[in-house]
Ligand binder design. Structure first.
Ligand code: ARG
Length: 575
């Protein structure tokens, strides 16, 4: 364990127990970064009241029990403990971290099975910019969990079933399979949907055909199923182009769309009704989970089967919970979905608990994704008010990145690789660096900036360290300790890096990739200061200094690379 804050927490807890009795061993010592030392412990202030002693006295008593502590402890002000770690301790922990292939990142034992429901675009509509964010955040959560040794089951809950498919299939027949496939593969799902919709609204005979088609689809008629597959395969090929470009880890094997649950829906309803969890209300089958009321104070229903016998979004989600708990054997289920669906998921989880389908040992969490806004502060759209085509958006990011690096002296192929990495890195990092539930403004200029908390800045910081090793003619993988931290900037960087392992655990537990971004940004900033103040491969730097600084560079590089990989942000070799 290298995380200083965690080490200090334990040491101070031991001191608390020794000074005031074992019943204080679990008290939070309130270790915080300090202006006057590395950390301060504020526990004496809160404990003093309970012990009826002065905070200073309490602080002194704690300090007396901290002998043998690797650093200095001072009591200051009304009763703060100012804690400064010794350089030797930081150096030896940093050396251990450099020698550790996992960089001090632990593994979760026993490993958990974590089901992550993410991306989930709708086939009957264009994959919109909101799905970009659920895709990117979900993918990072999958990478983080796998890195900690958990078993991750990705579930792409595609919107690939329901009444709109009647009219979509009829429209496909009207324009011909070939033309339809070409249009869908090109990402023109919205146009396809709108054309079908227009006919549905304006043409009675088309409407009738569509309604009949819904019934034949639901009855599993082989010809209709074949047409559905033609439609879906073309649509999924487009989704895959987007996933490829983004470098997300989703594959066809992770598709578990709404259609997959279709055969389970009848039994889902029957079982809920038999167990008494669901009741008929105004002709519909409903669950009334306790604590949910509408504006009129009446219990709010989760509608499992409509009065016309049709199934809906909630039916599928109830079947999905059962499948994920029972068949996938999940310990934790993460739903990375738009924040506007918060009520839906709270009700689904409550209903599933009522039915006994979601035991207390399994946690179900809605990782709420905030809306992406345009510069006007409204939902992100094109000028003409249509939703933005994802592929166009990604291509624009690459085009802008291409322009930004136009002056670099690389061959065409290298330049193409860098532009792709910078463009995708910018878009992905922008999505990840703000807390997942907050709304944010999609702004190319800001996300593609080479300064500030952006993808390109992080990529640049990484490429810069690699270039130091290239100039030294060395491989960073071969860098060895010991690490020495005599300069202030070296010490600050070294101390910061020690927090990496604990941070990864916390970020994974809390589903907060933005905190990893903040940590990496701080890493890059501290490195920048170090590099300004401490020459590494310049002339006049003696060999020993050079070696120990290269070791610190190598440790920084590995933290940045590992962190960016866990975010899914690509890192070009050069920039
Ligand atoms: N397709 C849905 C949408 O676009 C998201 C599905 C999320 N997952 C779920 N199990 N409901 O809003």
């Amino acid at each position: 364990m290298t995380d200083p804050q965690k080490v200090l927490t334990e040491r101070v807890q031991q001191a608390l127990a020794a000074a005031f009795g074992a019943e204080h061993a679990d008290a939070d010592p309130l270790i915080r970064p300090s202006q006057f030392a590395d950390f301060q412990a504020n526990v004496a202030m809160s404990l003093a009241k309970r012990l009826r002693r002065s905070p200073r006295e309490v602080a002194e008593a704690i300090r007396a029990e901290l002998s043998g502590f690797p650093g200095t402890v001072e009591v200051s002000g009304p009763g703060f403990l100012n804690i400064t770690l010794s350089d030797e301790w930081i150096e030896s922990e940093a050396g251990r971290m450099l020698a550790d292939p996992r960089l001090g990142v632990g593994t979760i034992t026993p490993a958990q099975t974590v089901v992550i429901d993410y991306s989930a675009p709708n086939a009957a509509k264009e994959m919109h910019v909101g799905h970009l964010r659920t895709t990117i955040v979900g993918d990072s959560l999958a990478r983080l969990n796998e890195h900690l040794g958990n078993k991750v089951v990705r579930q792409n809950h595609l919107g690939d079933w329901g009444t709109p498919f009647g009219m979509l299939i009829e429209h496909l027949l009207d324009i011909g399979e070939e033309a339809a496939v070409a249009q869908l593969e090109a990402g023109q799902g919205t146009e396809f949907y709108q054309a079908a919709r227009a006919k549905f609204d304006g043409d009675e005979s088309f409407k009738l055909r569509s309604r009949v088609r819904v019934t034949t689809l639901q009855s599993g008629d082989p010809d209709t199923m074949r047409l559905w597959h033609v439609f879906m395969d073309a649509t999924v090929r487009y989704f895959n182009k987007v996933y490829d470009m983004l470098g997300v880890t989703l594959t066809d094997a992770d598709i578990a769309g709404e259609s997959m649950y279709n055969p389970m829906l009848e039994k889902t309803c029957d079982d809920l009704q038999e167990s008494g969890a669901a009741v008929i209300s105004e002709g519909a089958l409903c669950v009334f989970p306790p604590g949910f009321t509408g504006s009129d104070d009446r219990p709010l229903p989760l509608i499992i089967r409509k009065s016309d016998g049709g199934y809906g979004y909630a039916t599928t989600d109830m079947a999905a919970v059962r499948y994920r708990v029972h068949d996938l054997k999940s310990d934790r289920i993460l739903y990375v979905v738009g924040a506007d669906q918060a009520l839906h998921f709270r009700m689904v989880f409550a209903a599933a608990r009522m039915a006994g389908w979601l035991p207390d040992t399994v946690s179900a969490e809605h990782v709420q994704i905030g809306m992406m806004l345009g510069k006007d502060g409204r939902r992100f759209k094109t000028r003409s008010g249509e939703s933005v085509k994802l592929m166009d958006l990604l291509q624009e990011a690459v085009d802008r990145a291409t322009a930004a690096i136009a002056d670099r002296d690389y061959d065409e192929a290298t330049r193409g690789e860098i532009a792709l990495a910078v463009g995708m890195g910018a878009v992905k990092y922008a999505d990840l660096s703000v807390s997942h539930d907050s709304e944010y403004v999609f702004d190319f200029d800001r996300m593609l900036g080479f300064t500030g908390n952006t993808g390109p800045y992080m990529q640049y910081a990484t490429a810069r360290i690699r270039s130091i090793f290239r100039r030294a003619g060395l491989d960073p993988a071969g860098a060895e300790g010991p690490i020495r931290l005599s300069e202030t900037a070296e010490r600050a960087l070294g101390l910061h890096l020690l927090g990496f392992g604990e941070l990864i655990s916390q970020v994974t537990e809390a589903c907060e990739p933005h905190r990893l971004c903040a940590f990496l940004f701080e890493t890059a900033s501290l490195f920048s200061t170090f590099y300004e103040q401490c020459p590494v491969v310049k002339e006049g730097v003696d060999e020993e200094t050079r070696a120990r600084r290269l070791a610190l560079c190598a440790l920084t590089l590995r933290v940045l690379e590992t962190g960016l990989d866990l975010l899914g942000v690509p890192v070009p070799e050069r920039m």
